[in-house]
Design a protein around this ligand. Sequence first.
Ligand code: 3SK
Length: 515
Amino acid sequence: MSSLPPRFNFAEHLFALNRGRAARTAYIDDRGTLSYGQLEDRARRLAAALKAVGVRREERVLLLMLDGSDWPVSFLGSLYAGVVPVAVNTLLTADDYAYMLDHSRAQAVLTSGALLPVLQEAMARGGHEVHTLIVSQPSGALPANAQEFEAALAAAEPQDAPALTASDDPGFWLYSSGSTGKPKGTVHTHANLWWTAELFGKPVLGLTEDDVCFSAAKMYFAYGLGNALTFPLSVGATVVLMAERPTPDATFRRWVDHQPTVFFGAPTGFAGMLASPKLPAREAVALRMCSSAGEALPGEIAQRFKAHFGCEIIDGIGSTEMLHVFISNRPGDVRYGTTGKPVDGYEIELRGEDGRPVADGEVGDLYIRGPSAALMYWANREKSRETFQGGWTKSGDKYTRDADGYYTYAGRSDDMLKVSGIYVSPFEVESTLMQHPAVLEAAVIGKEDAEGLTKTKAFVVLKDGAAATEDELKAFVKERLAPYKYPRFLEFVSELPKTATGKIQRFRLREKEKQ
Ligand code: 3SK
């Protein structure tokens, strides 16, 4: 594997790679198409527009935008300028964004008109340094410090040369959530993007310029960023983007209208599609391969999908910290129910409680060593040290390896839950439930549904004489946290199992659920 020159700008790398295919379509979104030539032109204008409003190299800009072609223009334009985009989940609350603005010290925000109200609510809380908003597709009048995206691009000449970034310079951030505390600003380099394409996108997925890629995971997720930007643009492929939620109907419409050849999803999405009466016929779609990550893919779902569409689902595991997938099945070598084998270029260790590698068949904590690991969590030395240990990154997952070298998921090492591929902290849901006047205490665990997929279940103890319904408490959480975090199941109990020192024994609740 050739390594990178010391000066490396990932945006310029992609633009240079695709200059020979300027007329080819890079993106198809809800509004139309964008060619490779237009992508480069617009991104370089965006770079100039950021400079014009006073954003300087290495400063951060918050990228809070729905999936559409303005997203890659914003991301790559920022990289081109040497500005560091902080790409954030569009489903969060004003409290979450207020924290991220303050923590990242973002100087500007690139956003969608539909997200302006929640962003303004976050900014009204103070503690930020934002001086400029650039708004894509505004729906009404803009605030005084805002520019419309198209107008900002039109007013700028394309920046003539990329910022001379180093391959190890901070390129962008993604926020990663933990079981306790605030989300962690995970700092990735320009080189890390390149590594994920060279180690996974090209050799494992075998993407080519003839592919049309479509990711249900949005680009603010590390998974979606690779699927819909890094990998396809590294081979000159075409990408389908959609702003709306990836419901089965919305996904099927794109499959039929745009004929993607590679679809990237998560197990909950595949299960939902297979259960839908509108599942398209095999002949109506052009899928040659699907990828799954986010949570372990039950073998039965993959088999049913293959039986219907004749197309494999390649299950793998990645992380925000490693940027993309590091253990994966391979096309033509899929062992259903396992996550496959290490991706070449990554070393994997399963360690026991004594910190030493466990034997095959035994459960161990998953550690990864590879070149796409994040530099650190911004301004969080304690968590950085816990996760990035020398060259090794601790994933927080438990795994086993069999004698043939295939890895199988065995749960989380911490209390985090993964629901529909997104991390949910049980503590955050519990403390929100406990803000309800009728709730004395609560405990949240993961519960497998009939398909083998994890959903959240809350056990709630009400205060003496107080009353609340299941729906009321679910709605209470939904209003206060990102909507995907609310408990899908809720049971009222008279008490919670606890240790002698009063700690909730979630494992007892988990055992009870299995009976
Ligand atoms: O959740 C995963 O498995 C994943 C895969 C690729 C990139 C990022 C993540 C979190």
